[in-house]
Design a protein around this ligand. Structure first.
Ligand SMILES: Cc1cc2nc3c(=O)[nH]c(=O)nc-3n(C[C@H](O)[C@H](O)[C@H](O)COP(=O)(O)OP(=O)(O)OC[C@H]3O[C@@H](n4cnc5c(N)ncnc54)[C@H](O)[C@@H]3O)c2cc1C
Length: 376
């Protein structure tokens, strides 16, 4: 059923105009529920996003993903230590392990449906079978009643709960190299944070996680200084770095909270969990939140949407995928971001074993591609 822009009562209200909120709206479009999409301010953003193959399949059910460069293999290594692992799409019979695109391209693909309300949800009050949601827009404040409020606000305002500040920031930029990327993604762990070089168009998209004060310096440094620091930190595996595009920096923290924080309210995407970008899992996990939530909404009788049993089912269905994403991402950052020589040996041994033991490697790859619940 269509988006109900001027209604005073709908089945579902979605707060958040990012990719997760947009994906949920698309998935609800063909179901027998009425919904209102409250988007917040429109956001641009040319920052890179690596979508898993599984996520690209979810998105392509609703629109075609343009400007996406395939990742054929992923090379994982650590600076100053031995060991490496190589994951290859051909080992899984897939055309790609994933695709590199940008935040704005993903959003453009998912917002083709129109019907956006550029307003903000400010507060809500649940009572019995309904929840009253207050919305601030250009024409003032109004109240809309629903069975369920989905908060997908990116975790900024409505569902904030900082759990661990990594003391790191991610510097992103496009990087031109002397030789082609061959569709290889590089993940190189350094003591101050992981460096990801993702194949994008005819260059790399860089996501360089490092100490916050270093990130500040790197953002201000001139191009030559920046490239030389990058070359030293990353090494020569991807060739020599020739040019860097405009840089931006994002503070990194782990935040997560109860996915059903109150009666008739659920969280999805970064509102539920904001991860370090080390394994490029944040949006992938968020899209799976949206997909499973839409399926659940479409499965239960209309009267049960948003009720206690509904909230419990959503929580149960998302538990494994979420906790795996949160725990694995956090462990990767903590285990790799240090200079302990014993840990360096353990890490190197782990990388070698992963490379030599195909079942372990395949288990990891499948989780990265489809999530812990094998979606879709
Ligand atoms: C440097 C970096 C690199 C990353 N790389 C990857 C990657 O390679 N792969 C990956 O999967 N993930 C990656 N991520 C994570 C990914 O960007 C996020 O997981 C994703 O953007 C979350 O989408 P979202 O829709 O939940 O939230 P957001 O994208 O934050 O969108 C939230 C939306 O809600 C709106 N809003 C806010 N408040 C309100 C309100 N009160 N009412 C209504 N609307 C509101 C905002 O205006 C915004 O439009 C990366 C993140 C960073 C920082």
């Amino acid at each position: 059923m269509a988006n109900q822009d001027s209604a005073t009562s709908v089945d579902v209200i979605i707060a958040g105009g990012g990719p997760v909120g947009a994906m949920l709206c698309l998935a609800l479009r063909n179901q027998s529920v009425s919904f209102l999409h409250v988007c917040g301010e429109a956001r641009g953003g040319e920052r890179p996003i690596a979508l898993s193959y599984g996520s690209s399949q979810l998105i392509q059910q609703f629109g075609s993903l343009t400007d996406a460069t395939p990742i054929k293999s992923i090379h994982v290594s650590q600076a100053g230590g031995f060991g490496r692992t190589l994951l290859r799409a051909e080992d899984y019979g897939l055309p790609a392990l994933g695709y590199v695109t940008t935040y704005s391209s993903v959003l453009a693909t998912l917002t083709g449906s129109g019907g956006r309300e550029s307003a903000r949800v400010t507060r809500w009050q649940a009572h019995g079978e309904r929840i009253d949601v207050h919305i601030d827009g250009e024409s003032g404040t109004r109240s809309v009643s629903a069975k369920l409020l989905v908060i997908a606000d990116g975790g900024e305002a409505l569902a904030k709960e900082k759990t661990h500040d990594y003391g790191q920031a991610a510097v992103v930029a496009e990087i031109e190299t002397a030789r082609g990327h061959g569709n290889i993604a590089w993940e190189r762990f350094t003591p101050s944070g992981p460096i990801a070089l993702l194949p994008y168009r005819d260059r790399y998209a860089l996501v360089w996680s490092t100490l916050s004060e270093t990130a500040e310096f790197l953002q201000r440094a001139n191009e030559g200084e920046f490239l030389s620091r990058l070359q030293t930190a990353f090494g020569g595996r991807a060739g020599s770095f020739r040019r860097a595009g405009p840089r931006a920096s994002f503070p990194l923290a782990l935040r997560y909270r109860d996915i059903t924080p109150g009666p008739r309210v659920v969280l999805a995407g970064n509102a539920a969990q904001t991860l370090h970008p080390v394994a490029g899992q944040g949006l992938n996990l968020g899209l799976r939140d949206a997909y499973e939530l839409a399926e659940l909404i479409g499965t239960v009788p209309l009267a049960e949407i948003g009720g206690a049993a509904f909230l419990r089912r959503y929580q149960r269905q998302r538990r494994l995928d979420r906790s795996a994403g949160i725990r694995v991402t956090d462990a990767l950052v903590r285990v790799f971001s240090n200079t302990n020589p014993l840990l360096s040996i353990a890490r190197g041994t782990g990388l070698v074993l992963l490379d030599m033991v195909p079942p372990a490697r395949h288990f990891l790859a499948r989780r990265m591609i489809y999530g812990a619940r094998a979606i879709p």
